[in-house]
Ligand binder design. Sequence first.
Ligand code: MN
Length: 278
Amino acid sequence: MTLCNVKHSAGLWRSSTQNSTSTQKLEVRRRTRYNIGMHTYIISDLHLTPERPRITKAFFSFLRDQAPLADQLYIIGDLFEFWIGEDAAELLGAAPVLDAMKAISRVTDCFFMPGNRDFLVRESFTERTGFTVLDDESIIDFYGVKTLLLHGDSLCTDDVAHQHFRQTMMTNREFCDGFLALDVPSRIEQAKQARIQSAQHKSEVSMGIMDVTEQAVLDAFTKYGVSQMIHGHTHRQNTHHYNVEGNVANRYVLGDWAETNSVMRIDASGIEITNQAI
Ligand code: MN
């Protein structure tokens, strides 16, 4: 099978409105048969920054060696340590990353879901990178299993300060538009301040609060009517099993990229997460 065939046999089919960010407009068809070798990769929380060139190098290796063999690639948030708009990418040293993303998008169907660090990714990101931008909390059919895909911070409901930030800034279009309208130096300055505050916040709240709230997980399974959920954000790679109204439900959590990477591979037989030394 050629790479071209793999690309077009992807499990998630896009409707004619390819640039749409609305999940409702994504047409998900249930497939009953899958070709052997078809698989999807999901990664998150690389927190790329010029300060950690080894992680960027590891990402490039992944894009070169592994991603071209997959029919789909999803990056589900916090790819960047912070993101303040494409026009600042050059200055922040992110241009080679965007170029590498564009290259992989030519052979693999690629999707990007913003996290709490890169929530300012906009639709124009698709043009620059070839990655279709997805809404946080999207429903995707992975080889016949309806799955809730999310960055994960929306599940951390015990972290009141973060939920306030989510409500008033992250998901506030007016705030985001205003911020992106500032000149690049002002945006960099404000982002630095936000990072300092975030670091302070992390050192002040308990580890438990930084994790998901179990009730929020159960509520999400019920709200979306799914038995499978995949997220990152907490950096706590694991698989959790739940009993939701008498049925088994699974929550898969990706780790971050630091000493090792964290790569989820999904195919028709299931899900596995592997870690390679960086
Ligand atoms: Mn995050």
